[in-house]
Design a protein around this ligand. Sequence first.
Ligand code: AMP
Length: 193
Amino acid sequence: MTRLLIVGPQGSGKGTQGAIIAAENGVPAVATGDIFRAHIKNDTELGKKVKAITAGGNLVPDEVTSELVRDRLSEEDAAGGFLLDGYPRNTVQVGHLDAFLSGRGESLDAVILLEVPREESLARISLRAEQEGREDDTPDAIAKRLDIYESETAPIIGLYSERGIVDRIDGVGTLDEITARIRLALAARGITA
Ligand code: AMP
């Protein structure tokens, strides 16, 4: 059973690293941003509801997001563990996740915090904007998302640090170097692929 959360600012590489670490540990990566983008692309009811919110770089309402995650974590492939990417994103969502997991007698094993300076995040997002053309990679939406990260998401690290489950990882380096750092930190907790 491996229950992980990966946290980092936009452009920290958490999506890429999260997918690698999840695959190595045989658990699904649950990335709320990806799930919302899929709904928007398929023009579902939820997609219609969140399109303008995500395009502006704002957060989807907590209850909507938490319900989506509860549903996803209730699927069979997440019974043996999971890696959350992009959720929880504020302290209210931490409360929702705690309530859900404790109801199942579960808790997070480790929180991987990818630390990347703001200038480096901005540079990486601009590169991605050119390559992928994401709707929320406009200068205004990027600035908004980084501000929300600093004001709403960074505080969740304090909550998880009190539980002794945060691993701070230097997110500057090559993809392989960073993956190796994460593996090492998880191994120190007895989490090995
Ligand atoms: P991401 O790919 O993680 O950067 O997420 C893209 C967008 O999806 C965010 O800017 C939000 O609009 C929305 N989103 C993703 N995760 C959450 C969350 N946990 N809470 C609220 N909104 C979210």
